[in-house]
Design a protein around this ligand. Sequence first.
Ligand SMILES: *Cc1c(COP(=O)(O)O)cnc(C)c1O
Length: 386
Amino acid sequence: MKRPIYLDNHATTPVDPQVLETMLPYFTEQFGNPASAGHVYGWEAAAAVERSREIIAASIGAEPEEIVFTSGATEANNLAIKGLAEAYFSDCRHLITVQTEHRAVLDPCAYLETLGFEVTYLPVQKNGLLDLTLLEQAIRDDTLLVSVMAANNEIGVLQPIAEIGALCRRYEVFFHCDAAQAIAKIPLNVQTQNIDLMSLTAHKVYGPKGIGALYVRRKNPRVNLAPQLHGGGQERGRRSGTLYTPQIVGFGKAVEIGLAQMDEENARIQQLRDRLWQQLQPLEGIYLNGDLDQRLPHNLNISIENVDGTALLLALRNTVALSTGSACSSGKPSHVLTALGRSPALCRASLRFGLGRFTTTTDIDHVAQTLQQTLHSLRKMPTKTP
Ligand SMILES: *Cc1c(COP(=O)(O)O)cnc(C)c1O
């Protein structure tokens, strides 16, 4: 059986073959522990880790010492938010974030509320973008942190992070940015964008799963973090645990490739995304979710009227692998689409197209055609109202 076309690249991406090739020797010949300072096995592994650290730091305008390797963006977000809160809790106990953030930001914030912190969850505008006036109004004397993502994982919208960074700097509030969907896809610079903490992950940019990083600003201002994992004192005491050399090597290579071909790849992917939208837009009862211009070129997210979301996904799943606006297990409508003001029915009947490096024109045309036919036949069937 032919495998469905993969358009779920916001969930994860395949490892680029060049990335895999770079990783392989570090499983076998160069398998040493980077912390083994007494022999060549350790030195080789340590050198490879430091090369990756330099690539990743340079890609965001940071210094290598400011990069802490983690198991992914979830851990990086937890370390940033809980680590900062723990380090500064005697002075400031107010945090600001946005309703459309990833669960890995919202849930650590909710956890901190149980410990006595206060959290403001800012709404977004209809296009998914944060209103900077609301942000400015929400900042208080005891505000410790503002956490806003760079690119949204469901609707792909790009928040104005340079403006948010400038605002945070002016009010002397720390700025954390979850850049899991943005690394090596849009230009990021912690200096010009005034970012103090930034979460990264490898598996959304053709690197391996299980590896990510947190950027932690070292000066102007220096950011203190309470470690969330205690042990061998790796990563300057900020994250204990033996470094996962092959994954770190793969992460560096993935970022290197992503940056080298970013402009060219984005142009190609945007053309495909626009081609898809041009074919879907004329269909009846289709709504675009999120701003079309301030958006990752990889993303299209639509809601569809007069169709049952579950039936739609079932009808499509042999042709295309993608996500909808509800986590199927819970059946709860997406918190992101809800924040845009979409009705529960339109949230459920939504499709997230995540295009990637390996998506072709043929894929796009096939998916558009199948969706068109599927909608036509589903809408002809008598509707069962739940
Ligand atoms: C995927 C994702 C995460 C979680 O990253 P992991 O590396 O899988 O833990 C966090 N935030 C955003 C925006 C994401 O897209």
